[in-house]
Design a protein around this ligand. Structure first.
Ligand SMILES: NC(=O)C1=CN([C@@H]2O[C@H](COP(=O)(O)OP(=O)(O)OC[C@H]3O[C@@H](n4cnc5c(N)ncnc54)[C@H](O)[C@@H]3O)[C@@H](O)[C@H]2O)C=CC1
Ligand SMILES: O=C(O)C(=O)COP(=O)(O)O
Length: 416
């Protein structure tokens, strides 16, 4: 057996941003004991310093994993985003180093949808201002600008998991639902897709944004789009702070063009709970400001902790990459009597035949081989009956275009 193997207690796991304890428990139960669990994100310099000997990192939406961080992450095997969005990770930089990135695509979907629905009702009734006044001893009893949700039109921009979940909840309350998406999507219930963002903005009483942070959504709602919204319309953004030009939203609210807004995500967010939150929206009436807590419920966080840690453990133990957001997806059987080689390489012609030539030259008989590729990377998993000797491993590492080689030995679950 190769002595270069690493046992589970030596695999270092760094969990940032208060990832739920359920993740720590899962890692411990799976035999991974070298875990550092921190309540906050780290600034770039500290992260670069810390990540050098880390094998698995778990983050949420705040930690930026950019090219500079990946360049320092010499031992990094995989990344877990304990959230939905993965825009904080340079997925290309990870892929170029053979590092799969996982997330939790559904675990906080419901939490966001529930919050948005509640905010829509609160804003339609002018509750933020009435509530603030009452706390100050005021009494704003009036039906002016107060509306039922029933019969109003909710316009959902981005009809993915959250948008569709919101659509179902909103219809049950009596909203008519319209949605705009760049992809043709099946509408839930009676929800109807419209052909353009402009049409949605013009027809909706409440507009809610549920798009990812991608180039096409960056600053997609600014002065021009706000001007298309109905007089007295409502805007809700619990997607990403880069989607709305916040100064232009503040201007529309101040001018009385919009009745209200609920904003959970901001172009610049405080790094932690002790830093001041600065925004042109502060102090505006009928504006709900929340500190990026759309997905922050105990239920969601516990489920996310379990889901993402399981994906990292499965990849570590077995090589499966199913649901990775940047990597070829390979679903692998268990390998109790087999030694498993994970070979990650640039997706160029000839690499697989070169790998097989090395195996054949070293008299290694293949009992199972699984290959998936994406545009950039090939991921081949090879099960064999006898351990890979150091000579064969060395040759496999030197196959041209190799990005990374890992070995999972069957008897001891040793990893390289
Ligand atoms: N506030 C919070 O705490 C949370 C925020 N989020 C944010 O919500 C976003 C949406 O989450 P999911 O619904 O799970 O994502 P999803 O990927 O299921 O849906 C996104 C939808 O947006 C559509 N889309 C992409 N570009 C578009 C464009 N230019 N115009 C219109 N539609 C476009 C996609 O086709 C897709 O249907 C996440 O990417 C994340 O940034 C997610 C969870 C919690
Ligand atoms: O799931 C997401 O994309 C979110 O925005 C939630 O982020 P958080 O885990 O609260 O930092």
């Amino acid at each position: 057996m190769a002595k270069t193997s690493l046992d589970k207690s030596k695999i270092k796991i760094l969990l940032l941003e208060g990832v739920h304890q359920s993740a720590v428990d899962n890692f411990l139960n799976a035999g991974y004991t070298n875990i550092e669990h921190l309540p906050t994100s780290l600034d770039e310099a500290t992260l670069i310093d810390k990540i050098r000997d880390v094998h698995f990192i778990g983050i949420r939406s705040r930690t930026q994993l950019n090219e500079r961080v990946f360049a320092a992450a010499e031992k990094l095997v995989a990344v877990g985003c304990f959230c939905i969005g993965t825009n904080q990770v340079d997925l290309g930089a990870a892929l170029a180093r053979g590092i799969p990135v996982f997330n939790a695509p559904y675990s906080n979907t419901r939490s966001v949808a529930e919050l948005v629905l509640a905010e829509a009702i609160m804003l339609l009734r002018g509750i933020p201002e009435k509530n603030a006044r009452a706390h100050q001893g005021g009494w704003l009893k009036s039906a002016k600008h107060s509306h039922e949700a029933r019969g109003k039109t909710l316009g959902i921009v981005g009809y993915g998991n959250i948008g569709a979940q919101l659509s179902v909840l909103a219809e049950s309350l009596g909203f008519n639902v319209l949605y705009y998406d760049v992809v043709a999507k099946l509408g839930m219930g009676n929800a109807t897709q419209v052909a353009s963002l402009e049409e949605l903005l013009a027809r909706a009483d409440v507009v809610s944004l549920h798009v990812p942070d991608v180039p096409s959504t960056r600053w997609m709602i600014g002065k021009e789009q706000l001007a298309l919204m109905k007089q007295g319309g409502i805007l809700i953004n619990a997607s990403r702070g880069s989607v709305v030009v916040i100064e232009e939203l503040a201007a529309a609210l101040e001018a009385g063009r919009l009745l209200g807004a609920a904003i959970d995500v901001f172009p610049v967010e405080p790094k932690g709970n002790s830093e001041e939150f600065v925004s042109p929206l502060r102090g505006l009436p009928n504006v709900i400001l929340t500190p990026h807590i759309g997905g922050s419920t105990l239920e969601a966080q516990e489920n996310i902790g379990i889901e993402v840690s399981e994906k990292l453990i499965t990849y570590s133990d077995n090589g499966t990459t199913v649901t990775s957001v940047n990597f070829p997806e390979v679903a692998l059987p268990a390998h109790p009597d087999k030694h498993r080689l994970l070979h990650i390489h640039d997706n160029v012609p000839g690499v697989l035949s070169e790998i097989n030539r090395v195996l054949s030259e070293n008299d290694i008989n293949i009992s199972g081989q699984y290959l998936q590729t994406n545009e950039k990377v090939g991921y081949v998993v090879i099960d064999v009956d006898k351990a890979y000797g150091p000579k064969a491993l060395d040759a496999l590492r030197h196959v041209e275009h190799t990005l990374r080689v890992r070995v999972l030995y069957s008897e001891t679950n040793y990893h390289e």
